[in-house]
Ligand binder design. Structure first.
Ligand code: HEM
Length: 440
């Protein structure tokens, strides 16, 4: 197929980006020989080497249903129907990296992301089309695999704007006023090694290999400018963003995502998810704020709890997912209703009561989390949990709900071990890159 984004096709709509990416492609090819210290030299010397043919990985590459456009008003991967697999990664800029390094990184990431989401290798020469004397541009493990609904979503952490009082990239004055490290919450047992970061990438796909390929290749492109700080694999989405998707289950066995904000609820998206024109700063209009929380679930303890008690803790039934006040999964919970003994049908400490907008001044969020199992600990217990991801117009929405969850009956069975907040800029226009407005 013809690839309008391919450097070999000349004046495609994103030819500006192509130049940067072409340089990046060659730079990486040469780095294998000259090392990171000579990156500047390699960049100049290699800029003319890009070319060749677009490397399509599979027959259905770019075909509608299995691929989402990377470019658009909003970044894909927020309201996109939640895919089955996740690879999430947080990065830190390297010591000494400059503003130019950051901009070129975002340009090259956007270019590569636009290709990979269409089922293409990261560059025109890709995994096998380059010189046999150089490391391939693309690592190759996604050859033969379709786009698999891959979405790649980029975010900026508070430390990108200012770290230890230093404005490394000349963007401190453009920092969103609300973009600060999240406050400490009751029960937090955070590991700095799985928290925070200057940048993040959320890669979601219906094939885990496609998601991992995306993060691996974007990490590789970052070489010499940013390094991986932490990453998380997720399987089994714990949410849904369209009414057509069946509600999935989390590792406690409960339907999760029943009361989520859905992609076709334009009013809710406008009010609760997308940063609106008039919100500050203007470059975030059409963006969102992403909260990532790694929450360990104490599976073995939970599995010894009686079913009725599990239902009481959640506030919904395990089978149907109906609120304990009655009805079916989609019946609105009635928090005033009493049971036969006169007690609240939905317990005062039930998770859904405390998380509900009615008890949080109307605060809502779009949840997009995944289950994770990272093996087991030395006591023979699963190292498992929920990698909670939520998008909101302001971090304050999450903070309000999380504070309300201080008295959640669920807290006995969960432990937040990682935490991060990122500003997710709006989508890039074809020919531009994610975050361009920040540097304009
Ligand atoms: C391991 C931790 C958690 C588990 C197992 C869990 C589980 C659930 C379940 C089963 C539901 C009911 C189904 C639904 O409406 O989606 C639910 C609802 C909800 N949860 Fe969680 N949750 C966890 C953490 C969190 C956190 C950290 C937040 C935000 C701070 C949160 C916010 C919500 C919200 C907003 C709802 C919908 C409430 C409503 O409008 O009815 N949850 N959760």
């Amino acid at each position: 197929m013809t690839d309008p984004h391919d450097p070999s096709t000349g004046s495609g709509p994103d030819s500006l980006t192509d130049d940067a990416a072409a340089a990046g492609v060659s730079r990486r090819g040469l780095l294998g020989f000259v090392g990171a210290g000579a990156a500047g030299l390699a960049l100049g010397a290699g800029a003319g080497l890009a070319g060749g043919v677009a490397v399509a990985r599979a027959a259905d590459t770019g075909a509608g249903a299995s691929a989402y456009d990377f470019y658009g008003t909003h970044q894909a991967g927020v309201t996109t129907p939640v895919q089955d697999h996740l690879h999430f990664a947080a990065f830190d800029m390297m010591a000494g990296a400059t503003r130019a390094d950051l901009v070129s990184l975002l340009e090259e990431w956007s270019y590569a992301a636009a290709r990979m989401t269409r089922g293409l290798d990261v560059s025109a020469t890709g995994a096998v089309g380059g010189s046999p004397m150089a490391p391939p541009d693309d690592t190759g493990e996604a050859q033969g695999l379709p786009a698999s609904n891959l979405t790649i979503t980029f975010g900026f952490g508070p430390t990108l704007f200012e770290a230890d009082g230093v404005d490394r990239f000349g963007i401190a004055s453009r920092r969103p006023p609300e973009l600060h490290e999240l406050p400490a919450f009751l029960g937090d047992d955070l590991d700095p090694l799985t928290s925070d970061g200057d940048l993040c990438i959320q890669a979601c796909a219906d094939d885990p290999q496609v998601a991992v390929h995306a993060v691996r290749n974007l990490s590789r492109i970052a070489f010499g400018r940013a390094r991986l700080r932490w990453s998380q694999l997720g399987f089994g989405r714990t949410s849904k963003t369209t009414a057509a998707q069946a509600t999935p289950r989390n590792l406690f066995g409960y339907k999760d995502g029943t009361a989520n904000i859905l992609a076709d609820d334009r009013e809710a998206l406008q009010d609760h998810v997308w940063v609106a024109a008039g919100d500050q700063p203007a470059w975030m209009t059409g963006g969102s704020y992403l909260v990532a929380r790694k929450i360990a679930q104490l599976i073995e303890s939970w599995d010894r709890v009686r079913l009725a008690e599990q239902d009481r803790i959640i506030g919904r039934s395990k089978g149907e997912g109906a609120p304990l006040s009655g009805g079916n999964e989609f019946t609105a919970p009635d928090f005033e209703k009493a049971d036969a003994a006169g007690a609240p049908a939905i317990d005062m400490a039930a998770h859904v009561r405390l998380a509900h907008p009615a008890h949080n001044s109307g605060a809502r969020m779009l949840r997009r989390g995944y289950n994770f199992v990272d093996g087991n600990n030395d006591l023979g217990r699963l190292d498992a949990g929920l990698f909670f991801l939520s998008y909101q117009r302001s971090p304050e929405q999450f903070i309000t709900v999380q504070r309300a969850l201080a008295s959640d009956a669920l807290n006995e069975y969960i432990r937040p071990v990682g935490s991060a907040l990122f500003a997710v800029p709006p989508g890039a226009a074809p020919g531009s890159y994610v975050g361009a407005g920040l540097f304009a």
